[in-house]
Unconditional design. Structure first.
Lengths: 130, 110, 120
């Protein structure tokens, strides 16, 4: 079965995005496919490359990146949600004349259409958060 | 970046959107349109003012589909067609006409 | 391929961005020519109240944006009856007149009928 995941919660303050991560691991372990992970609302904070959690705590930022790399899964961050909250890639930082950019490797900025496209091309769309 | 309109500098961003949308005047619209190689006719003005009405009424900039339907409702079926809007504002009418009408730049790439 | 998608909006219009971002997602879905329905339940029904004065807190007015839905071809709009009742909201208080008000039983039929549910 093909799954897509909609992550709406931030990486640290609530557990939902870690649960989303564990759900993806479980889905893959059972031999299913994850088509796309879409980060929306406060879920977009998962895509910062500037977070520095203590060594003895969970580093969910790395975990998302590794999961995507090992399984060739798309990590798409809603561009409208990201711009509002200050997650930018190089291109957007130039467009909005900001002095830095912070989108982590492995994530791409995309439109909300990619959330809808993911639903259309997946058997299951599962939302985490809220 | 700036547009020069009536000897005044008007700030625009790299994509040609007004930095301060409150500054909008028909003269500025004409200058933005010129940058996009559009010479504004009465038919253009009709759509530009229609877009401003849409924004006032709904507080959002319309996607193409919504613009077509709104045009159909306000100006009739012969104008409420993608092809009519495309001829006026090629190649992406909703985006381009919104820019000329001084609507806020869209947050995403819809 | 067209799929039936139901977007459930369960949060109040102001105080958090959830309801606004749900509406943004709904408008995006409409642009992609999907069959999208909207269901308002729990505190989400507060989004439908008349006479919102969002400008006082520097927010966009939900009632304005909701009025644009027909232009995005979002015509299937549902409201959870019990959520209205619990919050003592009557039909005359609602700004969308063409919405269908559904009982719990009708809601479960609606949910079963979808390919996808997006929950906000």
């Amino acid at each position: 079965m093909i799954f897509s995941i909609n992550v709406q919660s931030p990486p640290y303050s609530t557990q939902a995005s870690y649960t989303a991560y564990r759900f993806c691991k479980a889905v893959l372990a059972q031999g299913h496919q994850v088509h796309r992970i879409f980060f929306y609302q406060d879920g977009i904070y998962c895509a910062t490359r500037l977070a520095a959690p203590p060594q003895d705590e969970l580093n969910l930022y790395d975990k998302w990146q590794n999961l995507a790399k090992e399984n060739e899964i798309e990590l798409v961050v809603c561009i409208a949600a990201a711009l509002r909250r200050g997650i930018l890639n190089l291109e957007e930082s130039i467009r909005y004349q900001k002095d830095a950019h912070n989108l982590a490797e492995g994530f791409t900025l995309g439109g909300l259409g990619q959330l809808i496209e993911a639903a259309v091309n997946s058997d299951r769309m599962v939302t985490f958060g809220n | 970046m700036f547009l020069v309109v009536n000897n005044k500098q008007i700030a625009i961003d790299g994509d040609g959107y007004l930095i301060d949308t409150q500054q909008w005047t028909p003269e500025i619209a004409t200058a933005i349109a010129a940058q996009e190689n559009i010479q504004i006719s009465d038919a253009h003005w009709e759509i530009i003012y229609l877009l401003q009405d849409f924004y006032r009424e709904f507080e959002i900039s319309p996607a193409m589909r919504a613009l077509v339907k709104y045009t159909e409702k306000k100006l009739g079926a012969h104008k409420g067609k993608s092809i009519y809007l495309l001829q006026l504002f090629p190649p992406s009418p909703a985006k381009l006409a919104s820019k000329i009408a001084g609507l806020p730049r869209p947050a995403n790439c819809l | 391929m067209q799929k039936k998608i139901l977007l459930i909006s369960r949060h109040a219009p102001y105080g958090s961005s959830t309801a606004k971002e749900a509406l943004d997602a709904a408008l995006a879905a409409a642009v992609y020519e999907q069959s999208l329905s909207l269901l308002f339940m729990d505190d989400g029904v507060f989004q439908l109240l008349k006479d919102q004065q969002a400008q006082q807190i520097n927010q966009k007015n939900f009632s304005s944006i909701l009025a644009a839905l027909p232009f995005y071809d979002i015509e299937n709009i549902y409201i959870h009856q019990e959520s209205l009742k619990k919050r003592i909201i009557e039909n005359k208080d609602l700004l969308i007149e063409h919405a269908a008000i559904l009982t719990n039983e009708q809601i479960s039929t609606l949910l079963n009928d979808q390919d996808h549910i997006l929950s906000f």
